[in-house]
Structures are given as structure tokens and as C-alpha cells.
Design a binder for this molecule. Structure first.
Ligand code: UGA
Length: 486
């Protein structure tokens, strides 16, 4: 099938490359001609696993880039709109890019097409796109507007696309139903996975196809992101209680997530969610509710808890170091999460800015996001180091702000030698607390870290080390109880 994708941002680019991968002919169009020139030369503007391979396979063959929307519209049977929907100052999504593309398409249509809204938009956007086309004089026989929200996570976007839990098609008529199911057929009937070259890397092999009304599809996307953000804020709130009563949120999270009605994912506490989706989408969904006369106060609380997580972690750093002025801090991680170079709305950057404002000297490292962080942070906020160990050299504490897997595998004995003070503050509960402590470092995590005297064993450990050795040989009952959950 011939597909055009409008917008070569994160959603558009990944979708275009994956449509080509499953066998379609694709033109991806963007009005940033410099970006198109670089993409046509094989230069990829984002850090995304598998994307370089997909471009290498399909660029110039099934996948082409252009800045000519007319060419893209004439070429295809389905046009996917993947342009940005940034937040307005009042929290509503700014739909002016979507409207602009709809108007242009209206003047370029050369026959019946399915127009598919893939950017995250408030409910009613597809209806507004249809109205724009009709007002521009396009016959209703010549188009259908469908909603096909994406559920890609940055860092794993390609495998999320190719091995989705669900494909959601909000289709208004038979024509769009038929075209949309044909587009996703290689994933839905499994033929893509039979190819020896199919991308590997996901365990999900059964995809649920959900056919809904257009409005329901639009709402499912907003509600999904809001619910995931709520899950994170919930466990973050629980982590505060854990810390104050002497429980361990890691165990609580594991016990909670073992209920299949709740599920274990998105129950990792930390310094709060960030990125280009959750913060914007929670606000936008709350605005949608307000616009129809409902105060979705639960979402206001989700946002408030997310903000509190950052201030509580900053307070934890301050408590560990007594004062911040003049302290040298090794900060690992600037991306809003591991596996990406994206620093948009990254809680790590907010924390770095606050530490700097309180007089600390920040020496920061991130495996992928340093360039983007340097472009966003005011000059002099941080010194960027070539690796994690250089950041630690002579620092008063090590602070982990992004869940990059490689940070968990650091040589902590080496870290211990490099740090001036043996203090590690883990804002993502990423590190193995025991390994860190075994290296002679003091570990502070989120939500009742094991530095607190949690159990008789830990209390003994703190006071009288030989007891620890004794218990390792013959663990008492309390250890067994704990390890069942750990
Ligand atoms: C999110 C959704 O997960 C995708 O399904 C959706 O398609 C996408 O938004 C979008 O709307 O485009 P993404 O923003 O890439 O994906 O990142 P997530 O993996 O969801 O993480 C978001 C934030 O939550 C990160 O800052 C992460 O560190 C944080 N997080 C995540 C936690 O603090 N705890 C968790 O347990 C999980």
C-alpha cells in the first residue's frame, strides 16, 4: 500500500520507517527542509534503537523523504498526520499545526483517501479535520478521517510499533476500516514475523485489534497516558508513606503489582515522570474534561505529586550533604528516561537547575542526552564529563537521575575511590543497594531505602558488623520472609 506520513518528528519518523519495514511504500514529508535533506542522506536526528537499521534497509527504496506535501498527497492511499500538538499556556493542546496540515491537504486531494490522525490529540480533533475539509469544498466521498493513536515509548519505539500490545483503529466507515486493516495486516496476521530479517527484541507476539468509534479512539489515547501517569504518581505517593513508616517501596510495589488486576509495570517510584507526552497529555486531558464542565481533580493531584517528587529528592540530597553551597555533585543522567536522548520536560534537568541554584557545582554525564541538555541548560549550569567515572572524580556525592541500565553496572569499588564522600543518592531505585553498600558507600534510594533500620537484621548490621557475617551463614527467619518479596 502507498502511505504518506506528514511530520518527521519522533512519531512520524518511527511510523514511516516501520510502515516501510512491514512492506509499504512510504513518503515521509516535513516542512523543515534541512531535516528532510539530512534524513534523505541517512542522518537520523533522534537516538532510537533499530531506527538506523530500518533506514539502512529502506531509504531510497520503500522509504523516501520529501518537503513537498503535494507530492506526498498525490502518491498515497492513506495520509498519516503526525505533526506536533504542543501545550498552550492554559494546558490545552495547540492544534494549529494539525489544522494547517488539514487545510493544505484539502487543497491537494486528488481522489479518495483516508486521512489518519496519529498525533496525540483531544477528542473531537478528527471531527474538526473533517469539517475543515468539507468547508474547503472537498466532497465527503473523497475522504474519511480515522484515528489511529500510537502507543510507542521513546527508546523502544520501533519494537513497540512492530510488536504492539494493541492496534487501535477509530474508523468512521467501511472504506477507512478496510484500508487501515490492510495497512496493519502484516502485524495482525503475523506474516511480518515470519521474515528472517524481522526485527527482534520484544516478547509480545499477540496483538489485540481494537476497532472503535473515532471519538473513543481519541479518548483511549489520552486516558491511557493519564492512567499511566496516575500509576506512577500513585506509587510515588506510596513511596513517601513507605519512607515515613519504615517499609520498602520496592517490596510494596512488587506485592502490589503481583495482583493481575493491577499489574507490575509503571510502578517504579522515582523523581517523577517527564518527557514530551505524560506532562503535556495529563494537562490536555484535564482541559478536555474542563471544557465539557467536569473538573478532573484526580489529574490535578497526579501533577502535584509529580512535582513533589522532585522537591523531596532535592531535600534528600540536601539532608545527606548538610548544605549544598560549594558541594561538587556527580550527576548521572539527564534524559527524561533511559534509552533516549530526549530531555524535554526531564525531571533530571529540573533537579540539576535547582542544585545549581542552591550553589552546588554539577558534573554531569549521560550516555546520549548531553548535547540536547547542553542546548537547554543555561551556560555554566553543569560541566559535562566524558563518562560516569570522570563525573565522580573528587565529587561529594553521586546522584542518579535517569534509569540508564549501564549506571546499574558501574564498578562501585572504583566509584568509592573516586568520590570524596561515600554518598550515593539514587533517584530511580536503579542501583543494587546491596552492591553499592558492599563497596563501602552509603546508599539512599526512594521510598524506604535499606539505609533505614528496617528489620532486626539491618539494625544489627548497622551496630555490629560481625553479626552480619554470622547471619549470612545461618539466616534467621526474618531474612527468609524478606527475600520472598525481594
Ligand atoms: C509514553 C507512553 O508510555 C507511550 O505508551 C505513549 O505512546 C507515549 O508516552 C506517547 O504518548 O507518545 P514515553 O513518554 O516515551 O511513552 O515514556 P515512558 O516510558 O512512558 O516514561 C515516561 C516517564 O515516566 C519517564 O520519565 C519515566 O522515567 C517515568 N516512569 C515510567 C517512572 O517514573 N516510573 C515508571 O514505573 C515508569
Amino acid at each position: 500500500m502507498k502511505i504518506s506520513v506528514v511530520g518527521a518528528g519522533y512519531v512520524g519518523l518511527v511510523s514511516a520507517a516501520c510502515f516501510a519495514e512491514i512492506g509499504h511504500d512510504v513518503i515521509c514529508v516535513d516542512n523543515d527542509s534541512d531535516k528532510i535533506r539530512r534524513l534523505s542522506a541517512g542522518e537520523i536526528p533522534i537516538h532510537e534503537e533499530h531506527l538506523p537499521l530500518l533506514l539502512e534497509r529502506h531509504l531510497g527504496q520503500r522509504l523516501n523523504f520529501s518537503s513537498d506535501l503535494g507530492e506526498a498527497v498525490r502518491f498515497c492511499e492513506a495520509i498519516f498526520i503526525c505533526v506536533g500538538t504542543p501545550p498552550s499556556p492554559n494546558g490545552e493542546a495547540d492544534l494549529s499545526y494539525v489544522e494547517g496540515v488539514a487545510r493544505e491537504i484539502a487543497h491537494l486531494l486528488n481522489g479518495p483517501k483516508v486521512i489518519v490522525e496519529k498525533s496525540t490529540v483531544p477528542v473531537g480533533t478528527c471531527e474538526a479535520v473533517s469539517r475543515t475539509l468539507l468547508l474547503s469544498g472537498v466532497s465527503p466521498m473523497d475522504f474519511s478521517v480515522a484515528s489511529n493513536p500510537e502507543f510507542l515509548r521513546e527508546g523502544t519505539a520501533v519494537s513497540d510499533f512492530l510488536f504492539p500490545d494493541r492496534i487501535l483503529l477509530g474508523v468512521p466507515d467501511q472504506r477507512s476500516h478496510s484500508i487501515m486493516t490492510q495497512i496493519y495486516a502484516p502485524i495482525l496476521n503475523g506474516s511480518y514475523y515470519l521474515s528472517p530479517d524481522a526485527i527482534k527484541g520484544s516478547t509480545c507476539t499477540s496483538t489485540k485489534l481494537i476497532i472503535s468509534s473515532v471519538k473513543s479512539a481519541e479518548l483511549i489515547k489520552h486516558a491511557s497516558n493519564a492512567f499511566l501517569a496516575l500509576k506512577i504518581s500513585f506509587i510515588n505517593a506510596v513511596s513517601i508513606v513507605c519512607e515515613r513508616v519504615g517499609a520498602d517501596v520496592r517490596q510494596v510495589s512488587e506485592g502490589l503489582g503481583a495482583d493481575s488486576r493491577i499489574g507490575p509495570r509503571f510502578l517504579n517510584p522515582g523523581i517523577g515522570y517527564g518527557g514530551s507526552c505524560f506532562p503535556k497529555d495529563v494537562l490536555a486531558f484535564r482541559s478536555v474534561a474542563r471544557s465539557v464542565g467536569y473538573d478532573f481533580n484526580l489529574l490535578t493531584e497526579v501533577i502535584a505529586i509529580n512535582e513533589t517528587q522532585k522537591s523531596l529528592f532535592i531535600a534528600k540530597i540536601r539532608n545527606a550533604l548538610w548544605t549544598l553551597r560549594g558541594k561538587k555533585l556527580a550527576v548521572l543522567g539527564m534524559a527524561f528516561k533511559g534509552g533516549t536522548d530526549d530531555v524535554r520536560d526531564s525531571p533530571a534537568l529540573d533537579i540539576i537547575l535547582s542544585l545549581r541554584a542552591q550553589g552546588a557545582e554539577v558534573r554531569a554525564f549521560d550516555p546520549a542526552a548531553m548535547k540536547r541538555a547542553a542546548a537547554l541548560l543555561p551556560e555554566g549550569t553543569a560541566t559535562f564529563t566524558p563518562d560516569a567515572y570522570s563525573a565522580c572524580t573528587g565529587a561529594d556525592a553521586l546522584i542518579v537521575l535517569t534509569e540508564w541500565p549501564e549506571f546499574a553496572n558501574l564498578d562501585f569499588a572504583r566509584v568509592r575511590k573516586l568520590l570524596r564522600f561515600p554518598i550515593v543518592l539514587d533517584g530511580r531505585n536503579l542501583l543494587n543497594a546491596q552492591a553499592v553498600r558492599d563497596a563501602g558507600l552509603t546508599y539512599f534510594g526512594i521510598g524506604g531505602d535499606i539505609e533505614q533500620p528496617l528489620s532486626p537484621l539491618n539494625q544489627f548490621e548497622d551496630i555490629f558488623d560481625p553479626v552480619h557475617v554470622l547471619y549470612e551463614q545461618a539466616p534467621p527467619q526474618v531474612v527468609n520472609t524478606e527475600t520472598q518479596l525481594a
